[in-house]
Design a protein around this ligand. Structure first.
Ligand code: HEM
Length: 725
């Protein structure tokens, strides 16, 4: 019988812990045994040789229930069956009310230099320390089993297991939010979730209730621009930026506080899908982003992000023309540069999805000394919401679940509740006490003790929004102004797709005439052309607005000229490591060329796969058998980033509708296509012209040309998505 390894806490109270911080980075990037991996080890269990029930009693047979005779009724006495089935009946916990669909990984964070001038947080002070992290990426609107590639915001939640306790940076892949005050969050989520009468549509904002809410909520204008841009459909979780969104505070040992915005900058750059591709992936591979993250880590292509600070001195709080407490505003990077202060590497997949990814519980209120909050009313509401939601979803002792527990000991007078793990000794569970020697004691002077920044709060107690929150459109306009031509095309197409799904004419009109026209006339005209929604001529009454609860203030006079080049994605990524290349093969393919391609692309860190008519192998021109990675009917073009057609198969593929479609879709989605000189007919049959990333070539140029084109990610100007062909 296999026994679970003894708990590490068996000798200590409440749990014997190692310091949790180990070692320094291996120069060759070998996965590090971080402190959290070691901490989790006693709770992990490989499958053992023999089966027991949950009390450790050996099981003779768990495939046949106990019956009164061989064809008789099952007996209530069958304790083995009842235990197995009741456990199964209770396997699910409530899914997250938002961000239910997620994927996660372990890793570590390391600061580049001592930042004690700005923060006393220990994880930012010692460049030798690797702080373990657990990161969960998520979509917002869909259920747990929904697709990875809807148009949506992505959650980017990082749990840092520091030597001073847990810090959760619970952010998104967009730096702003739909609403300014947390009290509106249930309304936003009710509007975007499937409509309550028929639970349709799943994981989509393209429906009446969302746009009804958005059209009545002008403060959402800036966030709508982000979600309708290609940022709403990331190519990979590893090609997304991350943002803490709110303005937080950094506090140093002297008690000096500064404002800070947190940024995650991906080493792989910011790259996205296109909308048609994202929709097709939803059907072909709903786990597309999850699979990509998992496989990258398994093959040692560890995703990395640099953490950046935008720091604003307290005395500069009011110099921006917008309010730092308003979560619908960014601080343009051109005004306050992002200072890169450290790097996060994800190097280990979870062992068990439920135990780790599902049970991890983030909370904006989990902070360590040196990090503090601001009065941002969205953040203030979140400080309440997350602990509340964790209590319901994972219970009052969620902090004791292995993935959530800090690396440092926990000691206080909280007791009992469902699932309590710690066996607190002694009779004292209150403070002050004399019977326990006063323990556990407060730590008023200790550096490790959290003390809130002391602030003066002048003013009247009111239920109001500050006037400084009232400009809802200037930064939405700034976003539009900062886009390249193809990015504008994609944004206008996204608004058009969504509004063409909306049935109610009042909602369509209001979105056009109270939101889009206030962002940019150009955007409104593009969307009007693609949706048939008329732009109300100046001076005519617009669609009626039934009591918009947050009236918008005037546009900034200079809004039309605002621009922040950092917002554009129109730049080649720093690396294309991890991109997937489809090599279309078949019997008679030039096997030497295929092998050279596989070697070359593997050397560049790319994932090249040979596609054949069926699984198994194809016979190359030299008679050699080549292993097929995927059968053509199971290998849609949308899950690849580029396509290569080697010599020897072009004429045969030209006659195959599946191959024509593969090439045509790759072309429509802006992907590099390189075909051998005998495959020109395939391009013709697929209706794909040469040029702009489509290459017909010979020899090494065929293989390297594809690489060069792939280094741009995509050729987004080939097809206007606004006017589908
Ligand atoms: C800046 C705005 C916001 C950001 C960046 C954000 C981010 C996130 C992220 C990343 C998660 C998923 C955590 C995970 O991976 O488990 C999450 C979950 C959640 N958020 Fe937010 N959120 C925001 C606003 C709000 C607001 C205003 C509320 C409520 C007032 C809220 C309530 C929740 C709840 C209830 C969950 C589910 C948590 C769980 O069950 O684990 N969020 N949010």
């Amino acid at each position: 019988m296999t026994k679970k390894p003894a708990k590490a806490g068996s000798k200590g109270t409440p749990r014997a812990r190692t310091s949790g911080q180990k070692g320094s980075a291996d120069a060759d990037g070998t996965p590090q045994e971080t402190g959290k991996t070691e901490d989790l080890a006693p709770d992990t269990m490989p499958p053992g040789p023999t089966m027991t029930n949950n009390q450790g009693v050996g099981i003779s047979d768990d495939q046949n229930s106990l019956k009164s005779h061989v064809r008789g009724p099952t007996l209530l006495e069958d304790i083995m069956m009842r235990e197995k089935i009741t456990h199964f009946d209770h396997e699910r916990i409530p899914e997250r009310v938002v961000h239910a669909r997620g994927s996660a990984a372990h890793g570590f964070f390391q600061v580049y230099e001592d930042l004690s001038d700005v923060t006393m947080a220990q994880l930012f002070r010692d460049p030798k320390i690797q702080t373990p992290v657990f990161v969960r990426f998520s979509t917002v609107a869909g259920s747990r089993g929904s697709t990875d590639t809807p148009r949506d915001v992505r959650g980017f939640a990082v749990k840092f297991y520091t030597q001073e306790g847990v810090w959760d940076l619970v952010g998104n892949n967009m730096p702003v939010f739909f609403i300014q005050d947390a009290i509106k969050f249930p309304d936003l989520i009710h509007a975007v979730k499937p409509e309550p009468h028929n639970e349709i549509p799943q994981a989509q904002s393209a429906h009446d209730t969302f746009w009804d809410f958005a059209s009545l909520t002008p403060e959402s204008a800036h966030m709508l621009m982000w979600v309708m841009s290609d940022r709403g459909i990331p190519r990979s979780l590893t090609t997304m930026e991350g943002f803490g969104v709110h303005t937080f505070r950094l506090v140093n040992e002297d008690g000096k506080s500064r404002f800070v915005k947190f940024h995650w900058k991906p080493a792989k750059g910011v790259c996205s899908l296109v909308w048609e591709e994202a929709q097709l992936i939803s059907g072909k591979d709903p786990d597309f982003n999850r699979r990509d993250l998992y496989e990258a880590i398994e093959r040692g292509d560890f995703p990395e992000w640099e953490l950046g600070f935008q720091i604003v001195e307290e005395e500069d709080e009011h110099k921006f023309g917008f309010d730092l407490l308003d979560a619908t505003k960014i601080i343009p990077e051109e005004l306050v540069p992002v200072r890169k202060i450290g790097k996060m590497t994800l190097n280990r997949n979870p062992d068990n999805f439920f135990a780790e990814t599902e049970q991890v519980a983030f909370h904006t209120g989990h902070v360590v000394p040196g990090i503090d909050f601001t009065n941002d009313p969205l953040l203030q509401g979140r400080l309440f919401s997350y602990i509340d939601t964790q209590l319901r979803r994972v219970g009052p002792n969620f902090h004791e679940i292995p993935i959530n527990r800090p690396l440092v000991p926990v000691d206080n007078n909280q007791r009992d509740g469902f699932g309590r793990q710690t066996i607190n000794k002694g009779k004292v569970s209150y403070f002050p006490n004399s019977l326990g020697g006063g323990c556990p004691m407060h730590q008023p002077g200790a550096a490790a003790a959290f003390r809130s920044v002391a602030l003066k709060e002048p003013g009247l107690k009111v239920r109001e929004r500050s006037e400084s929150f009232s400009d809802h459109f200037s930064q939405a306009t700034q976003f539009w102004n900062s886009m390249s031509d193809w990015e504008k095309d994609h944004i206008a197409a996204a608004f058009s797709f969504e509004l063409n799904q909306v049935v109610d004419e009042g909602v369509r009109n209001r979105t056009m005439n109270e939101i889009l026209v206030n962002i940019a006339a150009e955007l409104a005209e593009m969307v009007s052309g693609a949706t048939g929604i008329e732009i109300a001529p100046a001076g005519t009454p617009e669609a009626p607005t039934p009591s918009a609860p947050t009236p918008s203030g005037p546009l900034k006079p200079n809004a039309a000229s605002l621009k922040s080049p950092a917002l554009s994605m129109d730049k080649p990524p720093p690396t294309i490591k991890g991109r997937k290349i489809a090599i279309l093969g078949g019997d008679g393919v030039d096997d030497k060329e295929v092998q050279t391609a596989l070697l070359l692309y593997a050397k560049e860190g790319l994932v090249a796969e040979l596609i054949g008519p069926h699984a198994g192998a194809v016979e190359g021109a030299s008679g050699k058998q080549l292993k097929v990675n995927r059968a053509a009917p199971n290998a849609p073009s949308v899950v690849y980033d580029a396509v290569l057609v080697p010599h020897g198969v072009g004429p045969a593929l030209a006659a195959m509708p599946l191959a024509q479609r593969f090439i045509h879709e790759a072309y429509r989605h802006g992907k590099p296509v390189s075909v051998a000189s005998d495959a020109g007919g395939l391009l013709e049959a697929a209706g794909v012209p040469e040029g702009d990333g489509v290459v017909v070539a010979e020899g090494s140029e065929l293989l390297t040309g594809l690489l060069e084109n792939l280094s741009q990610h995509r050729f987004p100007r080939r097809v206007s998505v606004l006017k589908p062909s």
